[in-house]
Structures are given as structure tokens and as C-alpha cells.
Design a protein around this ligand. Structure first.
Ligand SMILES: [Zn+2]
Length: 77
């Protein structure tokens, strides 16, 4: 069960220790988040396709960025 406090890590219940669950919740949240596109400047258009691969749904540009987090500043000119 996902709760507000632990987010997606709630599925682990009380298992695996707090540190791991906190980490998982943080990483999960940032990998599901939508990011602003550094190419076409559209807000919240970049989402994660797979491990380290991100795509802007507006201009279709693909980015290789963080595995769980998009670092748009890497692509700014
Ligand atoms: Zn774009």
C-alpha cells in the first residue's frame, strides 16, 4: 500500500529497513516525475522511457540522462 509518508516504498511494508525504503521512495518519485524540456522549453514534457533514457513528448528529442532523474541542465546550450 502506498501511503503519503513513505510513497511507493509502502509496498515493502516494514521490511528491508528504513534507509532502503526511503531511498526507494525518493528514486521512484523522481523517475516518475515529468521534467521540462531543455530543447523546446515545454514544461513537464520529458518523461523516462527506460533506464537513463528520457524523451520529450513535444519535440520527440531523446536524452541520455540520469537513470532515475532527468538532468535537463546537461543539455542546455
Ligand atoms: Zn522538447
Amino acid at each position: 500500500m502506498a501511503t503519503k509518508k513513505v510513497g511507493a516504498a509502502g509496498k515493502f511494508g516494514a521490511r528491508y529497513g528504513k534507509k532502503l525504503r526511503d531511498n526507494y521512495a525518493k528514486i521512484h518519485a523522481s523517475s516518475k516525475k515529468k521534467y521540462n524540456c531543455p530543447v523546446c522549453a515545454r514544461e513537464k514534457a520529458v518523461r523516462r522511457l527506460s533506464f537513463g533514457v528520457w524523451e520529450c513528448k513535444n519535440c520527440k528529442t531523446k536524452f541520455a540522462s540520469g537513470a532515475y532523474e532527468f538532468r535537463g541542465e546537461d543539455f542546455k546550450k
